[in-house]
Design a protein around this ligand. Structure first.
Ligand code: PLP
Length: 399
């Protein structure tokens, strides 16, 4: 298999029904059979390549799933209607009532709320840990533990997880490693680094146009088959299906992901260095001052840099809010949550994407009220953008 994930995507040629350069869209909820015997085989999971009903498998969703599997170098993939449904279905597939999860404490607020507030209703308990502290992770492992969950680059503090070391630990105790790789497509390949399951919010960098909500799960063929099982699969039974029209558009957007990621990373590094020169506290794994800078260098695929996400601390919530309003006026980008857009997006994690985390816990994990998270865009002229940010910073008193 070709070693660069972008080349694997590039070489995946699919023809449309009439020889078109884009695959035809299978706009059907249900599929016909020529014999009762064949339908029975499909229900029993014994007929590869046959389609039954689009909540089970839709061919257009399958094209997108195939590209995701190629990118991740996983055997198989499943497309879901959101990142949250990918995460919740995987965890519900792997855990039963009474089981425990060990999770990084710095994760997307929605995932935190799922683990902290929702899964306990089903008897599934989560221990939140500093994922960069192996001893802390080990201390929480017991006979009920089933999963270690984390983001490869965490939201919003951009801590980097040591996927190979955590995977070795998980193997030792027969646990599953589930990694959210939303911040680092192409840059990091968690399955190759030892993870069992990789989940994505495709809503972000992978789709790149902020026009839909989408998710995916990459893993072994056996695991994905278990999630599609008509009698016991979380994807089949909870039903987070992506519409094939949308799958076709994400599929096409993925062809430019490598170009976008290079530009996101280049621009983010430029801003990170220049913010640092202004004396601002910056969280960005591409800076030598970042605690896991050497670690991420050892894990990265070549060519895609350190990613498009960076966070700064302006120390005060009101100043952070004023800065974001000002930057929007100055056309730096949008004061909005989410990430991976062509234009820079910025939000204050404590009052938005991490607001599900209680205030005391935010303080404990270093989520200060003055944080501003940037998803740096693919701006042609990042120096011009930096000058606009600097002007905004001066006006609201950051510098
Ligand atoms: N994972 C991460 C890291 C996220 O940032 C988000 C959303 O912001 C999600 C998962 C959830 O994805 P979605 O909004 O597509 O359900």
């Amino acid at each position: 298999m070709n070693e660069n994930p972008a080349d694997r995507i590039q070489d995946y040629l699919v023809f449309g029904e009439f020889g078109g350069v884009n695959p035809s869209i299978e706009d059907s909820s249900t599929f016909t059979f020529l014999s009762a015997e064949r339908m029975k085989e499909v229900f029993q999971g014994r007929a590869e390549g046959c389609y039954l009903y689009s909540r089970h498998i839709n061919p257009t969703d399958e094209y997108l799933a195939r590209v995701m599997a190629l990118m991740e170098a996983s055997e198989c993939a499943q497309i879901t209607a959101s990142g949250m449904s990918a995460i919740s279905c995987v965890l519900l597939q792997l855990c039963n009532s009474g089981d425990e999860i060990i999770s990084s404490r710095t994760i997307y607020g929605g995932t935190y709320a799922l683990l902290k507030n929702f899964l306990p209703k089903l008897g599934i308990t989560t221990h939140f840990v500093d994922i960069t502290n192996l001893a802390e992770v080990m201390a929480k492992i017991n006979s009920k533990t089933k999963v270690i969950y984390f983001e490869s680059i965490s939201n919003p503090l951009l801590e980097v997880a040591d996927i190979p070391t955590l995977s070795k630990l998980a193997n030792q105790y027969n646990l599953k490693i589930v990694v959210d790789n939303t911040f680092s497509p192409l840059m990091l390949s968690p399955i190759k680094l030892g993870a069992d399951v990789v989940v994505y919010s495709l809503t972000k960098f992978v789709n790149g146009s902020s026009d839909c909500i989408a998710g995916s799960i990459c893993s072994t063929r056996d695991f994905i088959s278990s999630m599609r099982d008509v009698g016991s699969g979380a994807c089949m039974l909870l039903g987070p299906v992506m519409d094939p029209m949308r799958a076709a558009s994400i599929f096409k957007n993925m062809r430019t992901l490598h170009v976008r990621m290079v530009q996101h990373s280049k621009n983010a590094l430029y801003l990170a260095e220049n913010f640092t020169n202004l004396g601002i506290r910056v969280f960005y794994p591409g800076l030598p001052s970042h605690p896991q800078h050497e670690l991420i260098k050892s894990l990265l695929n070549s060519d895609y840099g350190f990613g498009g996400m960076l966070t700064i601390d302006v120390k005060d919530e009101e100043i952070a809010n004023n800065l974001m309003v000002k930057m929007q006026e100055e056309l730096v980008g949008y004061f909005a949550v989410s990430l991976g857009f062509y234009k820079t997006l910025f939000s204050s994690p404590g009052t938005s994407t991490s607001s599900e985390i209680p205030k005391e816990e935010q303080e404990r994990i270093g989520l200060s009220p003055g944080l501003v998270r940037f998803s740096v865009g693919i701006d042609h002229d990042i120096e011009r953008t930096f000058e606009r940010i600097k002007k905004s910073m001066k006006e609201v008193g950051v510098i």
